[in-house]
Design a protein around this ligand. Structure first.
Ligand code: 3PG
Length: 225
């Protein structure tokens, strides 16, 4: 074996301080899609009033970036991130919009490189050990586990903890009030994410009171973790 193979330098670990602090305060991350820009601020305010201040605004509609800027301006206590970032070229744009963290549904080499270069906290999506290792070897220790329920849920997360006990996940995809506590009780889960707090029906009805109530219920379910 060549010397260079035996003395491989370990990659520097990426700093997780901000992410860890945010999720400790707010371990449920609403995954939000904005269909009308006017909904962004009242929806975010309802979630924050209910006790959830870490928000993921997806790029699934054309309003995503504007919504991030509007929420940040109106609700300074919210931690506003961006989700559904699927290409390296989007990273610069989301930083300009003011995204405080970046979430991707999956991981590619180019995307991981762009996320690392962004110097912004991020959660790359993974659903298999091989994808996790792709990030692990770059010093990444925090991931989104997506789609969580169909990828093995809590049992898969427990299995990942065997070989990689220093990784923490944010399972998303199929997380609901019924299974939220099981996820949060799993040792390598840092937070959960989901769309159940801001369903299309509730937002169409502008039912901010119910969204606040769902946020409060979710925040309450996290209290004894
Ligand atoms: C995501 O992108 O994180 C998912 O759409 C969330 O999944 P859910 O709708 O099952 O919560």
């Amino acid at each position: 074996m060549r010397t260079s193979e035996t003395n491989l330098a370990a990659p520097a670990l990426l700093d997780t301080t901000s992410l860890d602090r945010w999720v400790q305060q707010s371990p449920v991350i609403p995954v939000i899609t904005i269909n009308r820009l006017e909904d962004a601020v009242p929806m975010a305010r309802a979630l924050v009033n209910g006790g959830l201040n870490m928000l993921e605004i997806t790029l699934r509609t054309k309003y995503g970036l504007e919504a991030i800027a509007a929420i940040k301006q109106a609700i300074p206590e919210a931690v506003v991130g961006v989700g559904t970032v699927v290409a390296a070229a989007q990273v610069e744009q989301v930083l300009q919009a003011g995204a405080e963290f970046i979430v991707t549904p999956g991981s590619t080499e180019a995307l991981l490189q762009a996320l690392i270069a962004s110097n912004t906290p991020f959660l790359p999506g993974v659903s298999s050990l091989s994808e996790i290792l792709m990030g692990y070897e770059k010093g990444i220790r925090r991931f989104k586990f997506f789609p969580a329920e169909v990828s093995g849920g809590v049992k898969a997360l427990q299995a990942f903890a065997g070989p990689l006990p220093d990784i923490r996940f944010c399972p998303t995809g199929g997380v609901r009030p019924e299974n939220l506590q099981n996820y949060l009780a799993t040792t390598n889960v840092m937070a959960v994410g989901g769309t159940w707090l801001t369903t299309d029906d509730l937002v169409r009805e502008k039912n901010w009171a119910q969204i606040e109530q769902l946020a409060r219920q979710a925040a309450h379910l996290c209290q004894n973790r």
